[in-house]
Design a binder for this molecule. Sequence first.
Ligand SMILES: [Zn+2]
Length: 411
Amino acid sequence: MSRSLLITNARAVTLAGPTSPRTGPALQDLAILPRADILIENGLIASISPSPLPTPHSPPPSSTIDAAGRVLLPAFIDCHSHACWAGDRIDEWQRKLRGVPYLEILKSGGGIMSTVRAVRAASESQLRELLDLRLNAMLRCGSATVEVKSGYGLSTAAELKMLRVIRTAADHAARSTGQTVIPTALLGHAIDPDIPNFVDTVINETLPAVHAEFPGITIDAFCEQGAWSLADCLRLFDRALSLGHPLRIHADQFNSLGMIPEAIRRHARSVDHLEASTEADLDLLAASDSFGVILPACGFHVDGRYAKVRRFLDRGGKLALATNYNPGSAPTPSIPFAMALAARHGGLSIPETFHAAISNPANLLNLSDRAQITPGMRADLLLLRTTDERSLAYEVGHSPIDSIFIAGRPL
Ligand SMILES: [Zn+2]
């Protein structure tokens, strides 16, 4: 017998519309049905109609939930995270709070290389256990779909280890909770001073090894002073493109090195960070087919600087927001927190935060089977405690989410 669930009397934030990127005035429209009944069958939305249904559903659903006017919306899609890591950076953060300069922290073994050492030392099962805990934390914050990057291995063996752990965790999540996990190979995250000719090694050894085992996986890099230079990123990208890999790029977090025009030229799926982007570059990005992704938890945790994207949005830019969940610059699994920050510091309207956290990241990750409450879509849904969807971006410090449904199954 088929499994069915009827949710009645919901304020349905449907986000109904095309599965293509939402831009411009379309970002203001959440396609809300103030009182709706939503029928879910076999994990998919079967129907949505104004409450009450004209005739009782036949046969009666397996179970019914009365939403009592509370908000029902599609679950979040966190399109940028580094949730696979070992060790922690809390001591380092405490030193930073006491005013120790970052360079001194780096010299004493802190910073990203401390996470790299911990990841290399961890076994696959230890890494897997840590990743499972974090995926669950992200799910509890409403992210039914998450992207997870490698990038703390740096060596060929350690990058492959991370990607295998992410793939195994993804298989397990799909079978257990139903959460969708999408891996990205962040091969250009940092420069390992102990590996001779590190960039050449990544391009000539790590990338082909990743290509052999993970064909078609998205390749990512961190273009920044002290990390990967523009020229080195482009060498990696051109080789990756020739092997058929899509591209994403971390750019302009602290310094603008000129990556945006090059990323656009190579049809990168997205350019992520944008805190230090020039207005001219943001205008180019807005007119391109690449997404901009903002990661406002970095501004909160690191230095109070946020990407300002009002003009980018007004010029038709394709925007997503994400947690960037990682131990160094964004220790949060929460998309609602990122929405709260984006509304306060990024220049987004409240409806724009919803599309940036749901419909647009679905398109960025090539997922056309979710992110709206319309017939045929996956029933990855969130039921809030509140009757006002704006509470998601308004409230901070606790979760306004009451229940989470993955493919129609309550968590
Ligand atoms: Zn990142």
